[in-house]
Design a protein around this ligand. Sequence first.
Ligand code: SF4
Length: 403
Amino acid sequence: MSASTTIKNPGLLKLDLTIRGMKISRDALATPEISRTLRLSQEIGAALELDIVLPENVMVNIPIRECLAEDRPYTLTEKDGRFFIIGGDAKTEVWVAPLAGFYEKKTSTGVSMAKIGRTYAGYLAISPTPVCEFIFQELACRYCDLEAKKGRAWSVEEVVETVEAAVAEGVAEYICLNVGYTDSPDGGIALLEPYIKAIKHRFDLLVCVQAQPPTSDEWIDATYAMGIDSIAYNLEAYDPDVFEGIAPGKMRLIGRDRYFEALKYAAKIFPSGAVVSNLIVGLESIASTLKGIDMLAALGVIPTLPVYRLATDSEETMGRVEAMAPVFLHLQNALKRNKLSPTWISHFNLALNAIDGHYFGGEAPLGQRWQKVLKSKHGGRIAHSISNVRRRLRVRPADDEVG
Ligand code: SF4
């Protein structure tokens, strides 16, 4: 399928942009949206991403450094303040989110807030501590940003200041906290507790957590009791060999079976649709991903489907794009079959590159209800209407959360 065909279907375009990438024209590189992102990315020595809103409010995020290569099938261009993506002889207008303003701020301790938190389509991702037993034992996940794990832990106050700045700007309506693995019964979640309590106490925000399964189910009860709204234990791949290859620490120190047990138990404790697990599309065979989707959905778990980025333009990668497309339709059908609503996690998916199955022949979009990426009157804000999500999860006022 050529780029000029793909460009007409926002779901397919998102998939293709994620896998094969795009380059940026000289005009677009000079715009404040792009030049500030590139400059800050270089200043803080970290890979910042561009949030791009495609037609029908489909959002894709692309690491800006990947856009500097030439061999890409798409080009982002700019003309008279409007952005377009060109593929072959077709083009489509898109919106490029400006760099979040809080990225250029510092905490009271002098740390760049861009190092602490990253915002994606309305959620703020923070990894407060670099501690991870997998890294100590040289069993790090293959996708781990090991450079980022060389620093110190952020203090609770540094994290709260960053959240405050992002919330004040209107670019964070919920928080995703990530933590590595510790060789203790809680598996690492206890490290996050002070941060979770402080955020819940100070802000009326949903908090989701990505962690490793604890050794006992009591710690899953404790996780829910901390006030977390959604939990992810990420499997990454269904195939055991691929799982071990991509996440050797998860396989050897925790075990694949424990992931399934913990996910199943969590799905009974947390509200429906609030327990999730990643399966990275493109890491393993499509047949294996489909099996993983069925297995997770049957346990009451929402599979989230980030796409394995190749960022190369070749016939082989183009073939992979076409092969991957049915996976998203399969997910939509599996959720329906198991009566699982992706309402909560769909916000999260905006940044994880999951794509609504209707773009590949499924039913009419659930999406238009929730994929509202709004451009504020100030022009720099991405906001989501998540009042329905709040009602659904019955988030209590922050004062009730902490005794
Ligand atoms: S769990 Fe994996 S990705 Fe997370 S910190 Fe540990 S090694 Fe890195």
